[in-house]
Design a protein around this ligand. Structure first.
Ligand code: DGL
Length: 275
């Protein structure tokens, strides 16, 4: 069981930032990644749809025998974390809690900015967790075009910088000293984001914070791969173009994605009362 892969999932290529961070901290671990490109982007979709799509993908990962699930998607974490923890026997790690904890320990002036998809910001998942602490002021902003840029492989153009300026100037001008990148696609735009926010603003990124949580959980549950483990990385997509996914993944993380299998997800029954 300990040599079974860690299952990591996102709507598309964003979760590759988490997969990359996990394999940097845990190079002996195998990874089974699925990008739900058939339903990407999740950000603008109703929460009930995101929940259904995400559970379908997690069902596939669990049926293939992963030892842990990582919801490497803020929108899906906001939509279905509780459902997932109830539904599966394997540990489920998500991206919001780790980023919230780091943002709280990072801020000096108590002013935290959060950026994410329309779904994540609209769910108030970040705002509710942060605002429990009355000392904090939270400014949240949806940045829908960021995911479009990343899924198109566009990360360093003048247009990206102009859009980043438009989205982020109000947060910078409101004097936030910490900015949470509440979408796993955004680390690919960190150059533009950090340029616009300036060197004094700390960026908290869900990829590295989540990888540390994966590490912690594997150790505390005694699930680390054995010393002789031979790590295998499997990347899959649900959309109908494997070539596009490989090309994009290659462009974004450089190496490691050499074969992509396309998976079919099935219709799932949600418990009664689920919207
Ligand atoms: N990467 C995802 C997130 O962290 C979702 C982006 C999308 O599909 O809109 O929210």
């Amino acid at each position: 069981m300990n040599d079974a892969p860690i299952g990591i999932f996102d709507s598309g290529v964003g979760g590759l930032t988490v997969a990359r961070a996990v394999s940097q901290l845990l190079p002996r671990e195998s990874i089974h990644y699925i990008g739900d490109t058939a339903h990407s982007p999740y950000g603008p979709k109703p929460i009930a749809d995101v929940r259904r799509y995400a559970l379908e993908v997690l069902d596939v990962l669990v049926s293939e025998g992963v030892k842990m699930l990582v919801i490497a998607c803020n929108t899906a974490s906001a939509a279905m974390l509780r459902d997932a923890r109830e539904r599966y026997d394997v540990p489920v790690v998500e991206v919001i809690g780790p980023a919230v904890r780091t943002a709280i320990s990072t801020t000096r002036n108590g002013r935290i900015g959060v950026i994410g998809t329309v779904g994540t910001i609209g769910s108030r998942a970040y705002q509710d967790m942060l605002e429990v602490n009355e000392r904090l002021t939270v400014l949240a902003r949806a940045c829908p075009r960021f995911v479009e840029f990343v899924e198109a492989g566009v990360t360093d153009t003048a247009e990206v910088l102009a859009v980043a300026e438009e989205y982020l100037a109000p947060l910078r001008d409101a004097d936030v000293d910490t900015l949470v990148l509440g979408c796993t696609h955004y680390p690919f735009l960190e150059g533009a984001i950090s340029y616009v926010m300036g060197p004094d603003v700390s960026l908290v990124s869900s990829d590295t914070e989540t990888a540390k949580d994966v590490y912690r959980q594997l150790v505390s549950r005694e699930l680390l791969a054995g010393t002789g483990a031979r790590p295998q990385h499997v990347y899959e997509a649900t959309g109908d173009s494997a070539d596009d996914f490989i090309r994009l993944a290659d462009r974004l993380i450089g190496r490691g994605v050499s074969a992509v299998r396309l998976v079919q997800t099935g219709a799932i029954d949600l418990p009664k009362g689920t919207p």
